[in-house]
Design a binder for this molecule. Structure first.
Ligand code: GDP
Length: 139
């Protein structure tokens, strides 16, 4: 996969609250092209693997339960400098710290239920994209 791509999930809170359309509009308005997208629900095993880096953190089991609590929308986004620009678009992990106009400031409820995921490096964008999508689902 090219390195001008990043991976995102609209998390269960955003889907449940009816924010899919508004968040996708923000993503498109910011210049990202959607090159893969699906609605799906992670299994407990999926969520444990996806967030394995946080396995020792006190919030890990709570995070896993949240991520399996309902459907998500997974997508791969393309733009110059995609990883960094998307992290700027979504804002800080904790919506209380997120800048005005960011997706998390607008739609997140809490540090855990924070509406969206965004990869933190080109390497993780590729790993996370391949976790969710088959080659034939990426355009
Ligand atoms: P991100 O890269 O901004 O998503 O943040 P992290 O990689 O640090 O954390 C992954 C996800 O774990 C976050 O997006 C939140 O959903 C959740 N999370 C992070 N920190 C906390 C915390 O202190 N408490 C809880 N309950 N969840 C957290």
């Amino acid at each position: 996969m090219k390195t001008n791509r990043t991976f995102t999930m609209l998390k269960p809170d955003a889907v449940e609250d009816g924010h899919i359309g508004a968040i996708l509009a923000k993503i498109n308005e910011a210049g990202f092209k959607i090159v893969a997208m699906k609605m799906t629900q992670m299994s407990r095993r999926d969520a444990q693997l996806f967030y394995a880096i946080h396995a020792d953190r006190p919030f890990f089991s709570s995070l896993v339960e949240f991520m399996v609590s309902g459907p998500i929308v997974a997508a791969i986004l393309e733009k110059e400098n995609a990883v960094e620009d998307f992290r700027a678009l979504i804002g800080a992990t904790n919506p209380a710290d997120a800048a005005e106009g960011t997706i998390r400031k607008l739609f997140a409820k809490s540090i855990q239920c924070n509406a969206v995921h965004g990869s933190d490096s080109d390497e993780n964008a590729l790993i996370e994209s391949e976790f969710h999508f088959a080659t034939r689902e990426i355009f």
